[in-house]
Design a protein around this ligand. Structure first.
Ligand SMILES: Cc1ncc(C[n+]2csc(CCOP(=O)(O)OP(=O)(O)O)c2C)c(N)n1
Ligand SMILES: [Mg+2]
Length: 577
């Protein structure tokens, strides 16, 4: 083995043999990435499949989440020779959720490979989740040969209108009809996934096209980032700044679309003395101890009352949707007096509430424009007293178990520095969505909101860890939700993850049981038996602890945080309620 350098992201070791070349790259202080580059003779053949790998590589794709089958074999030609690392899921829905978690921690689209038919239908749920939460994802699937599509003859994996099905949950869906189109289709797909509002996109390649000769096609161009949408006009920015300057009681509502604008949100809030209400996907934009931060849902009456009383509301990167603003169907937000909205998506600017002033543009650039155009003197922080009162009142509305669940989450946040908490649809996650203050932007996300898919957290947390390999990942999942994607428990081991899987075990679908009881339905279908999680952890080779109190939780998490490992913590939920 030859030593060739030790800088970050650099090649640290390289050894060559008759079989191929082994490379070790340093990603950061603690993480090395190993890759075997095969010299296999198949590499000599160049098909549309292997050309696609070159196109993805040229665009900077470094991970692909896939499951191979006879239909998409050609997608794997040349993969081992590339710099792309293939992560194999155990079900295509898991691929999609991994890609979702990966996109959230990298800001780049997660790329998936599926087979025709069942591969595609299996991933559609994950595409629906990503669509609802504006997450970029590129799903690439095989399709039957061109002459066989839509014939209904009963070809293997045949699905009526596969393209039409995928298009329903995609910002763009295209079939590659001939080899020479591939390069541009890929370019358009990446542009659609990331150019405006991030979304999943879909590419399908018929088997005969995938296997076609690709010699003679031009070398793939390196991927250019799509041009950002036109910034908001200087005039509208000036009007917004004037209105904010004149406001006596402004409030900021920030959503997932503002995640890249933490510094600007903080400056603006502090300048105006304005409270900042953070949606689930915006938690952490202001840190937990910030006196203007409201890390509580706008569905709670005191928070709604504060927003309603504001003389000016600035909403940034938020759709003002019901799961964040009106979970209890209390009333519409449309009667807000002076609403200014900033969003990258034109359609979003008018969804759920009509603004007095709409600014289309990226959150960060638009807020910078407002900050630069003169907001007058720094305001007395009237918002601080308001925020204190609202927080205390809203706390009172949470049930005692919910408050304990939030305390449980705070122990996790404080014991595992720099952690990303990825949640499923389970009781502590619901409580957290109501009132948990995340440490940093992007360190709290889950499937208990929006599309709301059970089974998300295990694969999404694995993807998050691949995107942020030097950060510890906390997966929060219920005993019911984890059984939706048990197979995906294998992947953390495959990828040498740094994850703790925290299983909230209340022996069944507790939240649904509660909902049945609340409307006088005799519970049925909710007392599902969990498996023995200690055996399950052992089956995958993971450490396991049974947790019944906060002290042992904290100790277990501190040990977890001290070294790279995969650990399963089974929580006896009854002990915390
Ligand atoms: C794919 C899917 N199927 C069904 C549901 C409905 N659902 C929401 S929460 C829930 C119960 C989850 O049980 P568990 O993970 O154990 O969490 P708990 O409520 O017990 O904390 C169910 C069945 C869903 N959200 N998603
Ligand atoms: Mg449960």
């Amino acid at each position: 083995m030859t030593r060739v350098g030790v800088e970050d992201n650099s090649l640290v070791h390289r050894s060559a043999s008759a079989l191929g070349v082994f490379e070790l790259r340093k990603l950061n202080d603690s993480v090395l990435d190993a890759k075997f580059v095969s010299r296999a003779r198949v590499a000599m053949k160049k098909t549309v499949g292997s050309y696609l790998i070159e196109c993805l590589e040229a665009r900077g794709v470094r991970h692909v989440f896939g499951i191979p089958g006879v239909h998409n074999l050609e997608l794997y030609r040349g993969l081992t020779r590339s710099r792309i690392r293939h992560v194999t899921g155990r079900h295509e829905q898991g691929l999609g959720f991994m890609a979702d978690g990966y996109a959230r921690t990298t800001g780049r689209p997660g790329v998936c490979f599926t087979i025709t038919g069942p591969g595609l239908t299996n991933i559609v749920t994950a595409m629906g989740q990503a669509y609802a939460d504006s997450i970029p994802m590129v799903v690439i699937s095989s399709e039957n040969s061109r002459a066989d599509i839509g014939t209904g003859c009963g070809h293997l994996h045949e699905l009526p209108d596969q393209l039409g099905l995928a298009a329903k949950v995609s910002a763009s869906a295209e079939r590659v009809e001939q080899a020479r189109d591939l390069h541009d289709v890929v370019a358009r797909a990446f542009a659609a996934a990331t150019g405006g509002r991030p979304r999943p996109v879909y590419i399908e390649i018929p088997r005969d096209v995938l296997a076609a000769d690709a010699r003679g096609l031009p070398a793939p161009a390196s991927g250019q980032s799509p041009p950002p949408p036109e910034p908001a006009t200087a005039e509208s920015i000036a009007v917004a700044a004037r209105r904010l300057r004149c406001a006596h009681s402004p409030v900021l509502l920030v959503g997932g679309g503002a995640r890249g604008a933490a510094a600007e949100i903080k400056s603006l809030a502090e300048h105006l003395g304005a409270p900042v209400v953070m949606t689930i996907n915006a938690r952490g934009l202001l840190p937990p101890q910030h006196p203007l931060g409201v890390s509580m849902t706008a569905s709670l009456a005191p928070v709604r009352a504060m927003i309603g009383a504001a003389d000016t509301v600035l909403a940034v990167g938020t759709e003002l949707g019901p799961t964040d603003y009106d979970m209890y169907a209390a009333s519409e937000l449309s009667q807000l007096r002076e609403l200014i909205r900033i969003d990258v998506d034109e359609a979003e600017l008018r969804r759920n509430a009509r603004p007095a002033l709409a600014l289309r543009g990226h959150a960060r650039e638009t807020l910078r424009g407002i900050l630069a155009s003169g907001l007058g003197a720094v305001r007395a922080p009237w918002g601080e007293a308001t925020v204190l009162g609202v927080r205390a009142e809203a706390q009172q509305l949470l049930s005692a178990p919910m408050r304990r669940e939030i305390a449980f989450l705070e122990v996790i946040r404080d014991a595992v520095a720099n952690a990303i908490l990825v949640g499923d649809s389970t009781q502590p996650v619901y409580a957290g969505n109501l009132g948990f203050a995340a440490a940093t932007p992007g360190s709290w996300f889950n499937s208990a909101t929006g599309y709301g898919t059970l089974g998300y957290a295990v694969p999404a947390s694995t993807g998050a860890g691949l995107g942020a390999p030097d950060r510890p990942i906390v997966c929060l999942v219920g005993d019911g939700g984890i059984q939706f994607s048990l197979g995906e428990l294998a992947v953390p081991r495959d990828v040498d993850a740094w994850s703790v899987i925290v299983i909230w075990n209340n022996r069944g679908y507790a939240e649904i049981k509660t909902s049945m009881l609340a409307v006088d339905i005799e519970p049925e279908g909710v007392n599902v038996q969990p498996p023995d999680f200690s055996h399950l952890a052992r089956a995958y080779g993971y450490g396991y602890l049974f947790i019944e109190d906060l002290e042992s939780l904290e100790q277990a998490l501190r040990d977890f945080a001290s070294r790279r490992q995969v650990l399963v913590l089974e929580i006896r939920a009854a002990a915390f309620e």
